[in-house]
Design a protein around this ligand. Structure first.
Ligand code: UDP
Length: 322
C-alpha cells in the first residue's frame, strides 16, 4: 500500500498534529486546506495544496497527481454557536463537501477514509461514560452535519465498499510537546486556551459557564484528550482499514475534568493567579461528557499516553509562550 495520504484540513489544529505523526511513521501527508481556519506555517511535513474540498475539479487533480492510498478528512467548520446561526454553511462545508470527497475517492479507486467525527453526534447523553452504541440525537447543526456524514459513510461502505473509520473526538487539548505546532483558533472559544490567555493577560477574564450543574463542584465535566493521542489514533485507524472496517469509535481519556479543575490545574502549571468570573450556563451544555474508550482500545489498539491534565495544559502553555 503506498504511503501517500491526503489530509484535508491538514493545516488545522488536529490535522497538523496528525501530519507530523504521519511523517514520523514514514507516510507522506498531502494537505488540502483552504486556509480559512488553518495556517500555512502549520504545514511542515508534506506538500500543501491550497483549495477547497467543495471544488471537485481540484479534488480530481489532487487524486490524479498524488494517488493517495487513503484520506484523513478534517476539513470542516467547528464552531457550534456559528452552526446555530449559519446552519447552511455547516451543511454545505461539512456534509456536501464531504460527499464531494467521497465521490472523488470512488472515481479514483481510493478506499480508506478516516473521518474526524465528534462526541456531538450523541447530543445530550443519557448515561456516561458514553459508549458508541449510545443513541445519537445531536442538539445543534454542527453535530447534525457530522452525523449526516457518518450515515453517508455507512451507505458508501455498503454500496461501494468504501472502508471508513469515524473517530468521535471528545475535547481535544494540548499541543505538540516539541513546540512545533499547537492550537491557534481565531476567535478562540475553547476552555483551556481561554484560561491560559486569562493567566497571561489579567485584562482578559475567563467566565465559568454555570456552577449549578449536577456534578461534584457544580461545573461542567469534559473529557480532555491530548491532541497527540488523537493524532496517533488516526494513524492506527488508517492501518486498521488496510484489512478491517467499517468502525466508529470514541476518542477520549475516559476520565473527566470539571471547569474548576481545569482552572486549578492551569494555576498550578502557570504559577499565576487566575480569577474566573461566574457566568450563566451556556445553552446546550450537558453536565458531563466522558468517553468510554474501550472500543478504540479493542479495534485500534489505542491507549492514550497523556493522561495527566497538568501535562496537557503545560504543553498548551509552552505553545502559547513559544
Ligand atoms: N467553558 C467555560 N468558559 C468558557 C469556555 C468554556 O466555562 O469561556 C466551559 C463549557 O461550558 C464546557 C467546557 O468549558 O463545559 C468546555 O468547553 P469548550 O468550548 O472548550 O468545549 P465543548 O465542550 O463545548 O466542546
Amino acid at each position: 500500500m503506498n504511503k501517500t495520504i491526503l489530509v484535508t484540513g491538514g493545516a488545522g489544529y488536529i490535522g497538523s498534529h496528525t501530519c507530523k505523526a504521519l511523517a514520523a511513521r514514514g507516510y507522506t501527508p498531502v494537505t488540502l486546506d483552504n486556509l480559512s481556519n488553518g495556517h500555512e506555517w502549520a504545514v511542515k511535513w508534506g506538500p500543501l495544496v491550497k483549495g477547497d474540498t467543495g471544488d471537485r475539479a481540484l479534488l480530481d487533480d489532487v487524486f490524479a497527481r498524488y494517488r493517495p492510498s487513503g484520506v484523513i478528512h478534517f476539513a470542516a467548520f467547528i464552531e457550534v454557536g456559528v452552526s446555530v446561526r449559519e446552519p447552511g454553511s455547516f451543511y454545505r462545508n461539512n456534509a456536501c463537501s464531504t460527499l464531494n470527497v467521497l465521490e472523488a475517492m470512488r472515481a479514483h479507486g481510493c478506499e480508506r477514509f478516516v473521518f474526524s467525527s465528534t462526541a456531538a453526534v450523541y447530543g445530550t447523553p443519557r448515561q456516561v461514560p458514553i459508549t458508541e452504541d449510545h443513541p445519537q440525537w445531536p442538539i445543534n447543526p454542527y453535530g447534525w452535519s457530522k452525523f449526516m456524514v457518518e450515515r453517508m459513510l455507512e451507505d458508501f461502505g455498503r454500496a461501494h465498499g468504501t472502508r471508513f473509520c469515524a473517530l468521535r473526538y471528545f475535547n481535544a487539548a494540548g499541543a505538540d510537546p516539541e513546540g512545533e505546532i499547537g492550537e491557534a483558533h481565531d476567535p478562540e472559544s475553547h476552555l483551556i486556551p481561554l484560561v491560559l490567555r486569562a493567566a497571561k493577560d489579567p485584562a482578559r477574564s475567563i467566565s465559568i459557564f454555570g456552577t449549578d450543574y449536577d456534578t461534584p463542584d457544580g461545573t461542567c465535566v469534559r473529557d480532555y484528550i491530548h491532541v497527540c493521542d488523537l493524532a496517533d489514533a488516526h494513524i492506527r485507524a488508517l492501518q486498521f482499514l488496510e484489512d478491517h472496517g467499517p468502525a466508529a469509535v470514541n476518542l477520549g481519556t475516559g476520565a473527566g475534568n470539571s471547569v474548576k479543575e481545569i482552572i486549578d490545574a492551569a494555576r498550578a502549571v502557570t504559577g499565576l493567579p487566575i480569577e474566573p468570573v461566574i457566568g450563566p450556563r451556556r445553552p446546550g451544555d450537558p453536565a458531563r461528557l466522558v468517553a468510554d474508550r474501550a472500543l478504540a482500545g479493542e479495534l485500534l489498539g489505542w491507549t492514550p499516553q497523556h493522561l495527566d491534565i497538568r501535562e496537557t495544559i503545560a504543553h498548551a502553555w509552552a505553545w502559547m509562550n513559544r
